[in-house]
Design a protein around this ligand. Structure first.
Ligand code: PGA
Length: 242
């Protein structure tokens, strides 16, 4: 992995967007997985600006979902799809045919995972996979204890994730399971990017990047991926050099 630390969140977001844009400029039909959540919101703003200004063409890209709360419909505020619609797909008018997203209401969640895996495999793997990190070290909904070798799977959410996840909803929402890409997708993607900002992430970033890799801290898988980029602001990276 390669770690880069930027002075603040806007600079981190701009540089993350640049990295993604450069990749797409070289491979216009890239298969791109972008995390929802708060971390990449400004990255999306920059990418939307770049597309609208004609600096970036994403017409050939396909977008794959990272994760979703089981049972939370895509039209519900707080669903991963809803956040992506709000921040990225709708501002850019991306056609549904170019979006491959977990259906949280699927009758058979396991089959839903297989459908997503088959799509990714049919395209030879993911090009870009941009992920954040949870306060408990999760990546997407790969909770502590999850094997680094899994592709998509149905996951039991940790108590921490159920609690922290409330921040995406305006009223108390029961969260229990998730559908998620696996850490193996991250390990096999061409450009894996872990992005983190703010003081809340300082401690878990230090653990994930400096303790020996362990499934107890899923994000520590990043240490085992030679091509991975870890992009941080100074707050998130504060304890790394100490
Ligand atoms: P956040 O979520 O970007 O909203 O902090 C990250 C995560 O839980 O994976």
């Amino acid at each position: 992995m390669k770690i880069k630390i930027y002075p603040d969140y806007p600079t981190l977001s701009r540089e993350t967007a640049n990295l993604i844009a450069r990749y797409i400029a070289n491979k216009p039909n890239a298969v791109v997985c972008l995390a929802s959540g708060n971390t990449p919101v400004q990255v999306f703003r920059y990418l939307v600006e770049d597309v609208k200004a004609g600096r970036l063409n994403i017409e050939g890209c396909t977008f794959v979902s990272l994760d979703e709360w089981v049972g939370i419909d895509k039209s519900s505020e707080g669903s991963c799809r809803n956040m992506m619609d709000r921040d990225f797909f709708h501002p850019l008018g991306i056609d549904e045919s170019r979006i491959i997203f977990f259906d949280a209401m699927a009758a058979d969640p396991k089959q839903e995972c297989d459908r997503i895996d088959r799509f990714i495999a049919s395209r030879g793997g993911l090009d870009i996979m941009l992920v954040g990190i949870g306060l408990n070290g999760h990546i997407a909904m790969n909770e502590p204890g999850t094997s680094f070798d899994l592709y998509s799977h149905v996951t039991e959410l940790s108590e921490n994730t159920k609690e922290v996840g409330q921040k995406y909803f305006s009223k108390k929402t029961i969260l229990s399971k998730g559908l998620t890409l696996g850490l193996r997708h991250l390990r096999e993607s061409n450009l894996p990017i872990l992005m983190a900002n703010g003081q809340k992430k300082t401690s878990i970033i230090q653990k994930a990047l400096t303790l020996p890799p362990t499934t107890e801290i899923p994000a520590s898988v990043i240490q085992t991926i030679p091509d991975a980029m870890v992009l941080l602001d100074e707050e998130a990276g504060e304890l790394l050099s100490k």
